[in-house]
Write a protein that binds this ligand. Structure first.
Ligand SMILES: Cc1ncc(COP(=O)(O)O)c(C=O)c1O
Length: 393
């Protein structure tokens, strides 16, 4: 062993969090290698293949030599297609020059926070919420201000609590509807009120709307639909969820003018650009036939109904009906071993991989997240195994 001292790591790493879904996936895969049968309900990605015509567009672009660097902001044709999509789906006018493309939606979360926040600035974000928000806020040295999403309000934040959280130090407000991990969707009238409140504040807004096309019995509404909100809102959407393209890494956002150059600079400093053949596939996704994504949402609706009904039959478990995305967030507080213990035993004893609510913040500490992006047959088997485990406790 070397006697030379280790070079050591950056102190800032202590502030960098993670996404538990990936570590539970790794554990589950290890168990599979050991011969165990695991039902995967931990990772947040559609289990469908990317539609054929989208793959064909990528093959065509590859053959046509679209394999080089391209502008960091995105190729003009993609920016036009994304601007059309954002305009049509939010009822607004987004200019192609306002659209940036990134390697997934995720870099926009990190870079928007880095581009707007100084140490000590406050950032309001949902709790429970996508864990990257808090990780990036802390890494920037900003102050995380959780906004609770409670079960009794179907995981929609309370407007009075949002208003109370806004201070002179609030630099950024992060909203996410439809929501990960709860499946909650903010109703249109509350979105309108939220937009009114935020339009009067001095904060930037990051509207994470990557599940915009996945709602069931309610209408999707965006804070960016209020005209003056575009001046302060990074309106984020992507291809990952809507078109089953998680591995392609392609997200996009309408970005306020003062943030365009800073975000492009982050892209130049990190990934350079999104591969042009991926952007050509993206154009085919956004402008091509929409029957496959629609059919996928219908299948998710059937799975949601199956999972929520099944969970509500289990002793000690209750689950409110999620209205969007593909997650259920059952309350297991009455099960004596706690949500984290239950998630652990579900994986190791029952072969069902799920996440504990604490992976998403403290407010979800009595819950589990079930990603129902799996077949109805596997969902039935998972519910059966969950029931058997509960009977053994
Ligand atoms: C709320 C939310 N935002 C952003 C992302 C990241 O999406 P992408 O795969 O496009 O980077 C996810 C992925 O799970 C998510 O749930």
């Amino acid at each position: 062993m070397s006697t030379v001292a280790s070079p050591g790591l950056a102190a800032s790493l202590e502030r960098l969090g993670t996404e538990t879904a990936f570590s539970v996936l790794a554990q589950a895969k290890q168990l599979e290698r050991e011969g165990r049968d695991i039902i995967h309900l931990e990772i947040g990605e559609p289990d469908f293949d990317t539609p054929r015509h989208i793959c064909d567009a990528a093959y065509g672009a590859l053959r046509a030599g679209q394999t080089h660097y391209c502008p960091s902001a995105g190729i003009p044709e993609f920016r036009e297609a994304a601007a059309e999509y954002l305009s049509a789906s939010r009822g607004i006018q987004v200019k192609p020059e306002s659209v940036l493309v990134g390697t997934g939606a995720k870099p926009f979360l990190f870079f928007t926070i880095l581009a707007t926040c100084n140490p000590g600035d406050e950032v309001i974000y949902p709790d429970p919420g996508f864990p990257i928000y808090e990780s990036a806020i802390r890494w920037a040295g900003a102050v995380p201000v959780p906004l609770a999403l409670r079960e009794e309000r179907e995981f929609v934040f309370d407007l009075d609590e949002l208003a109370a959280g806004l201070t002179a130090k609030t630099k950024l407000v992060i909203l996410n509807s439809p929501q990960n991990p709860t499946g909650g969707v903010v109703p249109a009238d509350e979105i309108a009120e939220t937009a009114r409140l935020l339009a009067e504040s001095s904060a930037w807004v990051l509207a994470d709307e990557v599940y915009s096309q996945m709602t069931y019995d309610v209408e999707f509404a965006s804070v960016a639909s209020r005209p003056e909100m575009l001046e302060r809102t990074v309106l984020l959407d992507g291809l990952s969820k809507t078109y089953a393209m998680t591995g392609w890494r392609c997200g996009f956002a309408a970005v306020p003018e003062p943030l365009l150059d800073p975000l492009v600079r982050f892209f130049v400093n990190s990934t350079s650009c999104v591969p042009p053949f991926v952007q050509h596939a993206g154009i085919a996704a956004l402008r091509g036939p929409q029957d496959e994504p629609r059919a996928m949402v219908e299948e998710f609706r059937a799975r949601r109904d199956l999972v929520v009904a099944g969970l509500n039959e289990l002793p000690g478990v209750s689950c409110v009906m999620p209205h969007g995305a593909f997650y259920a967030f059952p309350n297991v507080a009455r099960v004596p071993i706690g949500a984290e213990g239950l998630a652990h035993r579900l994986l190791h004893e029952a072969g069902v991989a799920v996440l504990a609510g604490t992976a998403f913040g403290q407010v979800g500490k009595g819950n589990l997240r079930f990603s129902y992006a799996n077949s109805q047959e596997n969902l039935r088997r998972a519910l059966e195994r969950f029931g058997e485990l509960l009977a053994r406790l």
